[in-house]
Ligand binder design. Structure first.
Ligand code: A3P
Length: 316
């Protein structure tokens, strides 16, 4: 059993080795840290980030439960923010994966490359999968804007299962993944607590926390992209509307477009990482759970979700 990550800085390794761990999502060994199952490989980075990260007031945070559409939301926010800077036919998103345009802070810190975040010009768009309660304090004290995306937990499980299977010689038996997920044991889980923290925060401070669902992004990309731009403080002008700029953003960030790009077919975020970028573009649809789950499984997981969210005003 691997109990410590050799890359953990020594000051965190001792603490990390005391945290409860789970191996079922291997190769992602997860540890229960402050109530959530965090992949061990990111824990040293996350702890360093919680202590040291300095937000800027104009930072925009794209946050999500993993497998809820982070890649898409990164592409959309980045394309919206930089639309005046770059023409759509020579856009950085054509040559870079969205995770390169909007860094995943947990990984950046884990690689000891936090200075890259400091070097980014403002306004920065940054991403972490941490729940609200674990975010570095400065993000909260500066009242930074946050965009959060969630998704039907059944599709999150299916997406996660496929993603982790790509890193394994043998797939995780789906029934086992299902059990773990229903217990709240999934990377960055339990999903319900994660979602509820942001849901409640978005109700408290709607001008600072925008709460989105993957399914509504699929249903009404036009409406969502306009809402995103307004929330970000750079709404589309009537001229841009007339010239079809909103549609250009949607086209550039569409599943088919991004999936077809060479960088997203064969590229890698990190030469040491086993996965190629195509792992971020699988099916891009809602409802793939129906191809994986028995009616009993659907009933049980829907039941857990219903029970966890009861009284919150949120349905998933
Ligand atoms: P599926 O596995 O169901 O296909 P994340 O980016 O948070 O890891 O989420 C990954 C999920 O978002 C995957 O879902 C992936 O296919 C989907 N996705 C990625 N890019 C997308 C896009 N541009 N439009 C719609 N869905 C996208």
């Amino acid at each position: 059993k691997k109990e410590t990550d050799p890359r953990a800085p020594s000051n965190y390794a001792d603490l990390i080795s005391t945290l409860p761990f789970e191996e079922g999502w291997a190769p992602a060994l997860t540890r229960k840290y402050q109530g959530f199952w965090i992949p061990q490989c990111f824990l040293p980075g996350i702890m360093g980030m919680q202590q040291n990260f300095k937000a800027r007031p104009d930072d925009l945070f794209v946050l999500s439960y993993p497998k809820c559409g982070t890649t898409w939301l990164k592409a959309l926010t980045y394309a919206i923010m930089t639309r005046v800077q770059y023409p759509f036919d020579h856009h950085p998103l054509l040559g870079q994966n969205p995770h390169e345009c909007v860094p995943f802070m947990d990984r950046t810190y884990s690689k000891g490359q936090a200075s890259e975040l400091d070097a980014m010009p403002s306004p920065r768009i940054l991403n972490t999968h941490l729940p609200f309660s674990l975010l570095p304090d400065s993000i909260k004290s500066l009242d930074c804007k946050v965009i959060y995306v969630c998704r039907d937990p059944k599709d999150v499980l299916v997406s996660r299962w496929h993603y982790n299977n790509r890193m394994r010689p043998q797939p995780i038996p789906f029934a086992k993944a299902f059990e773990m997920f229903c217990e709240g044991n999934c990377p960055y889980g339990p999903i319900w607590e994660h979602v509820l923290e942001y849901w409640e925060e978005s109700r408290r401070r709607p001008e600072k926390v925008l709460f989105l669902r993957y399914e509504e992004m699929l249903e009404d990309p036009l409406g969502i992209v306009k809402r995103l731009a307004e929330f970000m403080g750079c709404p589309f002008s009537p001229e841009e509307d007339k010239e079809g700029v909103v549609e250009e953003v949607i086209k550039l960030c569409s599943f088919d477009k991004l999936k077809s790009l060479e960088v997203n077919k064969t590229g890698k975020l990190d030469p040491n990482f086993s996965l190629t970028n195509d792992s971020y573009f699988r099916k891009g649809k809602a409802g793939d759970w129906s191809n994986h789950m028995s009616p009993e499984m659907v009933q049980r997981l829907d039941g857990v979700t219903e029970q966890k969210l009861r009284g919150s005003g949120l349905t998933l």
